[in-house]
Design a binder for this molecule. Structure first.
Ligand SMILES: [Fe+2]
Ligand SMILES: [Fe+2]
Length: 328
């Protein structure tokens, strides 16, 4: 499938010498439920530690195998042959960009993305959530956007990340950009930022087959997907230092002022200002996301859609957001 566009050197695990090509991309297809395989891979991964992209193929998204893949040092997990082609194309595109210019925000994005990865993996394996990690990621994002502006953040995130992490990095970036633009105090920027960082944390319990589905969700999948605000709320509600407004943001970021949102069908008087800001940031970020099967929507177009949502969102806030959507 990959030849002749790519040079492929295949090797059976545990048989013969590893070809030590550190410039390529490592692709691993093994049954990660077998401990001897895992052990062989652990050694191989040490030998090839400097290879920057390590793709693991996990058929049918078996969760325990996905976790094992990341534990072994995978940089991405794919499930279908088609995805491998997309993934390689993305890596190549990112490589070209990297060579041309390593983006000023790159280290900050990488650090924040690592925090998201660790938060999600902690939740998936049932470990406690470390709130200070989420705070650290939020501070990094606030610093980056204060220094380099929102535009650089959005462009670089979309270049290097995909899926749920891309979304979380974008929403937090947009929310922070919004808060800075309307002149919030640093305390309030942080409050909105942390709510944005955690807003979709419930997606850690949504099956990856739904989360990463390239097509539209069917009604059954949509019902499952819509559980994520309540799941997130349940995950966070017993953490000692969690604030009521973060919980509010996590649970209610899909509510609309006209009562048509979910999960609680709240109406305007019940929807706080923080949630209103978060919802606008979330919708805008989702629209401008880059997906493997479609290019990112221009910010202008995304703002038009947001403006066309009528009484679902607070009009003056959507107006105020114009500056963030189009200029910042
Ligand atoms: Fe959400
Ligand atoms: Fe979201």
């Amino acid at each position: 499938m990959l030849e002749p566009q790519h040079r492929v050197a295949t090797q059976l695990l545990g048989v013969g010498e590893t070809e030590k090509n550190h410039n390529g991309i490592l692709m691993v297809d093994a049954d990660l439920r077998q401990m001897d395989r895992v052990e062989q891979l652990r050694i191989l991964m040490q030998e090839l530690g400097s290879v920057s992209e390590k793709l693991f193929v996990v058929q049918n998204h078996v969760r325990s195998m996905i976790m094992q893949a990341y534990a072994l040092g995978a940089t991405a997990v794919v499930s279908r042959p088609r995805e491998i082609i997309f993934k390689l194309a993305q890596i190549e595109a990112a490589e070209k960009v990297k060579q041309a210019d390593l983006g000023v925000t790159f280290p900050q994005i990488a650090a924040s993305a690592a925090v998201f990865a660790s938060l999600f993996s902690a939740i998936r394996t049932g470990e406690p959530i470390d709130l200070s990690e989420a705070e650290r990621a939020t501070s990094q994002i606030i610093n980056s956007i204060s220094q380099n502006g929102l535009g650089a953040w959005l462009d670089d995130v979309r270049r290097y990340h995909e899926g749920t992490f891309q979304h979380c990095l974008l929403v937090t970036g947009v929310a922070v950009g919004f808060a800075l633009d309307i002149g919030f105090s640093s305390h309030d920027v942080k409050r909105l930022g942390i709510a944005a960082t955690l807003h979709d944390i419930g997606k850690a319990h949504i099956p990856l087959s739904i989360l990463d589905k390239p097509d539209r969700l069917d009604p059954g999948e949509e019902t499952i997907m819509r559980r994520h605000p309540v799941i997130g709320y349940e995950l966070l509600k017993d953490i000692p230092d969690i604030s009521a407004e973060v919980l509010d943001g996590v649970r209610h970021h899909h509510e609309y002022l006209d009562g048509s949102g979910y999960p609680d069908g709240l109406t305007a008087p019940e929807i706080s200002d923080l949630v209103r800001l978060l919802t606008i940031s979330d919708i805008f970020a989702a629209l401008i996301e880059r997906r493997p099967y479609r290019p990112a929507m221009p910010r202008q177009k995304a703002y038009e859609i947001l403006s066309g949502m009528g009484n679902k969102l607070e009009r003056p806030l959507v107006k105020a957001f114009r500056n963030v959507a189009l200029v910042a």
